[in-house]
Design a protein around this ligand. Structure first.
Ligand SMILES: [Zn+2]
Length: 414
């Protein structure tokens, strides 16, 4: 987006690349001496020391413990610095808005979820509410002396990530929503620091970077929300497809009951296994689990408690949904051949009852049964916001020279 890759690399550009190389190595390989860092990056020792000094000045790294070096001389370890630079992840979904802040060591500095009826609120008001949540969070982070590298918002739908526009989010009833521009107009952060992506994509990135499938290079993530989206990582990279809309798996025509989907079609998979289908199946409309003013996790805990008590309606519904989940997932596993299938959102929170019937179908239907393990996410409904925060931090990892050399004044540098 900055267009640097298209220009010949000058001295400044070269230094920027080398700063990034050192920071990436520390992020992936952990604390190490400058001598080891020089060997791993292929840079000479003097250059490495100078780069480390600049990264230290920009508060991205710090000097840690002193250890005995290879030839007996003590050397000080260089490590990523936490709690100085942070990235913010936002999410808007059918039932809630959420935010999470991660520092460069991937520690969660702040996390919050607000129950919300997003459809009733409407497109513009919902984005403005997201902006308020972001602005409040940015203010709190700056008050604590943090520099905010960027904000990435997760939305369930077809997202034109390059332009920060949500083309169509059926379950939110959004069309052509210029989310990044509207956020930029309302929060104290430059437009280039704000991005938008599909919630399943960001969740897959979170699982790949810090979740149960950390380091797994081929994985499929399924969001258990009202909509069911797929995030695909192949050979360590997110798969976006020709126009950026890979993973609209919730609209595979699999439901024999031909129920109407938020997209206007009938028979979509998510009308069978999405959150709305679950709530309909387990309880009558006046039941407390349908109360959208209550936090979603609390409502799911009520369902889990009923299942644990052996309530027949709940048990039957979960067994049927688990089975339908397995049938759809087996198609995707046969197509994509991932080594891990990660179930997120409500699929993970009710995994105790959904995973077994799903596994049975996978075992029965996947051609190379056993090559893909089914795992439950432990990030719950925070996968997308954590992935967003991680993606926001990638901006400064790709170009550490954007980090200020001094602690910004309150509300100062955008
Ligand atoms: Zn659909």
């Amino acid at each position: 987006m900055r267009g640097q890759a298209d220009r010949p690399v000058d001295q400044t550009g070269l230094r920027r690349l080398n700063l990034s190389r050192v920071l990436r190595t520390l992020r992936s390989d952990g604390p190490q001496s400058r001598a080891l860092l020089a060997r791993r990056t292929g840079l000479n020792k003097a250059t490495t020391s100078s780069l480390v000094a600049e990264l230290e000045q920009r508060r991205l790294v710090q000097l840690g413990a002193v250890v005995a070096g290879a030839v007996g001389r003590p050397s000080q370890l260089v490590e990523i610095r936490g709690r100085a630079v942070c990235g913010i992840g936002l999410e808007i979904n059918v039932n809630y808005a959420a935010v999470a802040v991660l520092d460069l060591t991937d520690q969660v500095l702040f996390s919050k979820r607000v129950p919300l009826d997003v459809v009733a609120l409407g497109q513009v008001a919902a984005i403005d509410l997201l902006a308020d949540l972001a602005d409040e969070t940015i203010g709190a982070m700056r008050d604590e002396g943090n520099w905010v590298a960027g904000v990435t918002a997760a939305v369930p739908g077809l997202v034109d990530a390059g332009n920060g526009v949500v083309r169509h989010a059926p379950n939110l009833r959004w069309r052509e929503a210029s989310v990044a521009d509207r956020l930029a107009a309302r929060i104290d952060l430059a437009r280039e620091s704000i991005s938008v992506d599909n919630d399943a994509n960001l969740s897959a990135l979170a699982e790949h970077a810090i979740g149960v499938a950390a380091g797994v290079s081929d994985l499929l993530y399924l969001t258990g929300e009202v909509g069911v989206g797929g995030g695909v990582i192949a050979d360590g990279r997110l798969v976006r497809g020709a126009t950026g809309f890979t993973g609209e798996v919730g609209h595979m025509p699999l439901n024999p009951c031909s129920a109407e989907c938020g997209c206007g079609r009938t028979g979509c998979w998510e009308t069978q296994v999405g959150l709305a289908a679950l709530l309909r199946a387990v309880a009558d409309p006046d039941d407390e689990v349908h109360d959208s003013a209550r936090d979603l996790e609390q409502r799911l805990r009520v369902i889990a408690a009923r299942a644990a008590d052996g309530d027949p309606r709940t048990r039957t519904a979960l067994a049927e949904i688990g089975s339908a989940l397995g049938v759809g997932a087996s198609i995707l596993v046969n197509v994509l051949n991932p080594t891990a299938l990660v179930l997120g959102g409500y699929f993970a929170l009710l995994g105790e009852w959904l995973a077994e019937p799903a596994r049975r179908e996978l075992t029965e239907r996947v051609m190379t049964s056993g090559s893909c393990r089914l795992v439950l996410s432990d990030l719950g409904f925070t996968a997308a916001v954590r992935g967003g925060a991680h993606a926001a931090l990638d901006r400064v990892v790709a170009d550490p020279s954007i980090a200020p050399t001094e602690v910004p004044h309150l509300g100062g540098i955008a």
